[in-house]
Ligand binder design. Sequence first.
Ligand code: NAD
Length: 471
Amino acid sequence: PPDPSSPGDAADANHGDLSYPRVVKGVRRAFATGRTLSYEYRMQQLKNLLAMMEECEEDIIEALRLDLRRNKHETIFVEVDATKNELLHTLAELKEWMKPEKPRKTMASLLDTLTIYKDPLGVVLVMGAWNYPVFLTVSPLIGAIAAGNAAIIKPSEIAAATAEFFARKVPKYLDPECYRVVLGGIPETTLLLKERFDYIFYTGSTMVGRIVREAANKHLTPVTLELGGKSPTYLSATADIEVATRRIMWGKCMNVGQTCVAPDYLLCTPEVRDLFVAAAKKVLLDFCGADPKASTDLARIVSDRQFQRLTQYLKCGKIVIGGETDAAERFIAPTVLVDVKADDPVMQDEIFGPILPIYTVRDASEAIEFINSREKPLALYVFTNDEQEYKLFIKHTSSGGICVNDCMIHVAVEGLPFGGVGESGMGAYHGKKSFDTFSHHKSALIKDLGAIGEAAGSLRYPPYHDKKMAF
Ligand code: NAD
C-alpha cells in the first residue's frame, strides 16, 4: 500500500488503505514527540483550521451541493458559520481551560499542594456522520486539538464529496503527522476500529454506536456516542400556533429533516392538530412555494436506500400536506401525516426525513406519559405560553436536551453541552465540554519532605494504639 505518512496525496493514500496499524502508529509517534502539548501549538492548529473554513468556503458549499444538494446559505449557516463560532470560542477560551485547577483543601491536606492538571488523552479517533458532515466532524476535532491530542479523522463515506474535501485539505492546513484523515466505508471502518485509540468520538446511528462501543471495549477505550432517536415535539393550545408552526416546520425542512435533533413527530390535541395543519400549509407555501420540488432551498435525501425507507412511511396514517416524491431526484416534499398509530413504523423508527406525523393526545400529562413510554430522545421540544406546562416536561421527562418554544437552536450555543442520554447517546461536547471530554483530569498531590509535615502525618504509621488513633 502507498505510504500513509505522505500527506501530499492523502486522498489516494487513504482510500481502502489496509495499513491502519501503520497509520495509527505514525500518529502515535508524532504525539509522543510532545509537540501537541504546548498552548502555542494548539492555538496554531486551531487557527489553521479556521483558515481552512474561511479559505475553503466555496469548496465546502460545492461538496454539500454534491452530497445533499444543500442550498448555499444553509451550508454557510449550519456548517461553515457554526464551525467557525466553535473555533472562535475555543481560541478565546483555551488559555483559561488549560489552566490547572486548585481544589479546596481539607484539614488533612492543609500542608500539601493540590492541583488538577488537564492532560491530553493521546491519539483519538473522530468518526463523523453524513448529515452535517463538516460541522459534525470538525467540531469534535476542535475539542481534540484544544485538549492537546493527536487525531485520526474518519468522515462518513456517505457524504463522499465532503470526505474527499477533508482528505484533500486537512493535510494542507493541519500538522499532517498528528492529524490524519482516513477514508472508507464499513469494511475499512471495521478494520480501523480494531486499532487501539485513547478515545473514540462517534456520531451516527444508535445501531452503529453499539458496534463502536463493542470495539472500544476490547481496549477499554472510553467513548462519546452522539446518537439519534425520535425527538418529540409537544404543541400546547396556549402557544402562538403560527409562530410555533413556522419554527417546527423550519426544523423539519432544514436539510429536509435529516438532522439528529429535527422535531420527529408532533404531540397535540385534535383541536390543536387542525390549527397546526392549516398553519403548516401556509408556512410551507411561504418557505418553498406551490411547487416544493422547484424550490432551491430544499435539500435532497442522501441515498436511494434512505429514499426507499422514507417513502414507506408515507403509507402510514393519512397525508394532509405534501406526499409528492421523485425517486430520480431523491426528492420528498415536506409532508404532514395525521391519524397515525403508535405502532406504525413512522412512529417507531427515527424518521430522518421531511415527514411529520401528528399523534393526538388529551393533554400535556398524556404527552409526557407517551414520551416516557419510549426510548430517551436526543432533544425534546415544547411549545407553550404556560410556564407551569413546560416545567412539567423539564421535571418529568429525560432527554439529551430540551428547548422550549423553538427547535434545534440549543445545539448551536457553545455554553450548552450537547449530547444524548440512554439510547440517544453518552457523553456531551461543545465549548468547554469538548475540551473536558478530550482531557484527562489528572489529580496531583505534592508534599515536601520536611519535619513539620512528617510530624503531622506520623499518626498513620504503625504501631496503632487507641490513644494515638483518638487524637
Ligand atoms: P453514517 O452512515 O454516516 O455513519 C456514521 C459513521 O459510522 C461513519 O463514519 C461510517 O463509516 C460508520 N459506520 C457505518 N456503519 C458502520 C459499521 N457497520 N461498522 C463500523 N462503522 C460504521 O451515519 P448514520 O449512522 O446514517 O447517521 C444517521 C444517524 O446519526 C441518525 O440516527 C442520527 O440521529 C444520528 N446523528 C446523531 C448526531 C448527534 O450529534 N447526536 C448527529 C448526526 C446524526
